[in-house]
Design a protein around this ligand. Structure first.
Ligand SMILES: [Zn+2]
Ligand SMILES: [Zn+2]
Length: 154
């Protein structure tokens, strides 16, 4: 599994390979480290909670850069609009459908990633099971408020 996390101390992003034998997670830029507890990775090397901050809440997302998805959709609309302007209606519809299919194909090819609600760490190259659900706004809001409360008491 690969973990991409932001160091709580120096705020730099680190990308580390994680296996069951990993005992401490280390920042690539400073000397921050965190001991990985037994049980945080199960037998399939699936994280039971966030490895960077030990938060219990992870949500499942496609490991697909949102910008690329938007770009494909935007390009499809642009090209079909051009075709439409030249009265190539069938072509316009064809282009739109082609891009929609492309988007769908890319989406289903992408693997899943588990994202931490609290610190945003991404756990990649894994195969999450049904326990991990998609994004939940309530959980995200709870974490946002917790973070705000922590910032207040500092
Ligand atoms: Zn650091
Ligand atoms: Zn986290």
């Amino acid at each position: 599994m690969q973990l991409i996390f932001r160091c709580p101390r120096c705020q730099q992003t680190s990308r580390v390979e994680v296996s069951k034998s990993l005992e401490t997670l280390e920042c690539e830029s400073c000397d921050w480290s965190r001991a990985v507890q037994a049980g945080e990775l199960d037998d399939q090397e699936l994280p039971q909670r966030c490895l960077a901050c030990s938060c219990d809440d992870l949500w499942r997302q496609k490991d697909f850069p949102q910008k690329v998805g938007l770009l494909i959709v935007g390009l499809g609309i642009l090209l079909s609009t051009i075709a439409w302007a030249y009265f190539q209606i069938l072509l316009a519809i064809g282009i739109l459908m082609g891009f929609a299919l492309l988007d769908l194909a890319l989406f289903s090819l992408m693997s899943d990633v588990l994202v931490c609600y609290s610190c945003g760490a991404r756990h990649r190259h894994i195969d999450p099971d049904e326990r991990h659900l998609g994004f939940n706004l309530e959980t995200a809001e709870r974490h946002r408020q917790e973070a705000a409360r922590l910032a207040d008491t500092k």
